[in-house]
Design a protein around this ligand. Structure first.
Ligand code: AMP
Ligand code: ZN
Length: 467
């Protein structure tokens, strides 16, 4: 089998993946802040982490996968200002912060299931690990990396000579900025909160805990350092997240962890997924440009067609969401499902000779930093190949699906009905046109338009999309 190469943000290079030890690969993925719906951009990050895990499994590794649920401490501004997102949502929704967390965690987990994202080995919530976070802050304090101000306990980034290496941060330009804008109670612009003190302004927080520094709550970054290392050890193999995590969240996780545990590097491979764009911007709650899985399912898009859509781009490539892109993915996904069903039900064989070529090309594509668009191209070549019988194609396809996670090998896979009807109507219209029965062909076209289906004549034949 090919050697697995992964692009490591730490070195900005593709590196051969070599696990730390003989046991399971330790992998931590930053999970959601559960104050509202996760949008399709968020879900891209989790499908990406799922892909990493599935590929590791495919290449023979056991994976100990930890995903956190941020249910406290993530402020509306990543720079430690603003209100706690959970407390704000609780006020807005008229629920307790705990109810908000439970509600949106359940919705998130349901969306993951619909996208065939495998369960992690362990979920961990920030609020279940307050003592671990306090202990880690106390260690950093004892080692001289912190200071306390009116707002709470802060990490002093000037004490960490390697600070910002992951993001290749330009600290000098930050300091220039600091002279212009000031840094409030912080000593350096990049310093960040480890523990925030509850304010004595009469607005009692719902989520707060006692600590050696006073009542308050943990900063956002400390949870990931404390929980990942509790379950994976003080150094581990892989950490994933979105590219937006590089300059602040992951940079701060590294600074805390390397100094608290006295290890470097703390994590060997940092993998980051690119953004899902919408209307030329990052899909984002703060900009109000969000589309959820429910939204597209209501418009007739299969949730696994969204997974297929994600696999059509490399994880480090930005993708743009559009109706046309989703319709295209839906059509391809449903075509693949129809092939899978046909192949499954056939016993036509041509012998195994040609299989190895396809399998090794599929493996090579994945081994090359998870190149899923190339892997999908091999899937389609295999499905259309004249050198393979149905039996061999089915065997390949069900093997590939261990990584793709498109449910192609599910025993209860059904022919997609709605789209099959549309295809049948289009064929009927083609037949009518061939027979010069234009009245009937126009009638069918009008029926389809009434159903919201737009037909386009292309050199490859008639294509359709939802209008
Ligand atoms: P948040 O709840 O904002 O911390 O985001 C949760 C996860 O979704 C993080 O891993 C982010 O990097 C990721 N994420 C947020 N917006 C997008 C987007 N538009 N495209 C891809 N990933 C995103
Ligand atoms: Zn994190």
């Amino acid at each position: 089998m090919s050697e697995l190469m992964l692009y490591n943000t730490l070195t900005r290079r593709k590196e051969r993946f070599e696990p730390l030890g003989p046991g399971a690969v330790g992998m931590y993925s930053c999970g959601p802040t559960v104050y509202s719906h996760q949008h399709l951009g968020n879900m891209r990050a989790y499908v990406f982490a799922d892909l990493v895990k599935r590929v590791l499994g495919y290449f023979g590794h056991d994976v100990n996968h930890i995903v956190n649920i941020t249910d406290v401490g993530h402020l509306t501004d990543d720079a430690d200002a603003g209100e706690d997102k959970m407390e704000e949502a609780a006020r807005r929704e008229g629920m307790t912060a705990w109810e908000v967390a439970a509600k949106w965690t359940a919705v998130f987990e349901e969306d993951l299931k619909r996208l065939h994202v495998l369960e992690p080995s362990r979920w961990c919530k920030a609020t279940d690990h307050i003592p671990e976070q306090i202990e880690m802050i106390a260690t950093l304090e004892a080692k001289g990396f912190t200071y306390t101000n009116r707002d709470g306990v802060y990490f002093d980034t000037s004490k960490e000579p390697h600070y910002g290496e992951l993001a290749r941060l330009d600290l000098e330009s930050q300091e220039t900025q600091e002279r212009i804008e000031g840094v409030g109670d912080k000593r350096n612009p990049s310093d960040f909160a480890l523990w925030k003190l509850s304010k004595a302004d009469g607005n009692k927080r719902q989520m707060e805990w006692e600590s050696p520094w006073g009542n308050g709550f943990p900063g956002w970054h400390i949870e990931c350092s404390a929980m990942s290392s509790k379950y994976l050890g003080e150094t581990f193999d892989i950490h994933t997240g979105g590219v937006d995590h590089i300059p602040v969240h992951h940079t701060n996780e590294i600074a805390q962890s390397e100094n608290a545990f006295g290890v470097r590097p703390w994590v060997r491979y940092w993998l980051h997924g690119a953004w899902l764009m919408f209307d030329n911007e990052k899909m984002s709650k703060s900009k109000g440009t969000t589309v959820t899985l429910d939204d597209i399912v209501e418009h007739g898009i299969d949730s696994l067609a969204y997974r297929y859509f994600l696999l059509t781009a490399h994880y480090r490539q930005q993708m743009s969401l559009s109706d046309a892109a989703l319709d295209g993915a839906q059509a391809s996904y449903q075509r693949l499902v129809r092939h899978a069903i046909e192949l499954r039900d056939s016993d036509e064989s041509q012998g195994a000779a040609a299989m190895e070529g396809f399998k090794s090309r599929f493996d090579r594509a994945l081994a090359d930093d998870l190149n899923t668009p190339q892997a999908l191209a091999v899937v389609w070549e295999a499905v259309r190949s004249n050198d393979l019988g149905a039996v061999e194609k089915w065997q390949l396809l069900s093997g590939f699906d261990v990584v793709l996670g498109l449910g192609l090998a599910d025993a209860n896979l059904l022919v997609p009905t709605i789209d099959a009807e549309i295809e049948a109507k289009i064929q009927e219209r083609e037949a009518a046109r061939a027979a010069k029965d234009y009245a009937r062909s126009d009638e069918i076209r009008d029926e389809l338009i009434a159903d919201g289906i737009v037909l386009e004549d292309t050199p490859e034949g008639v294509r359709w999309r939802r209008g």
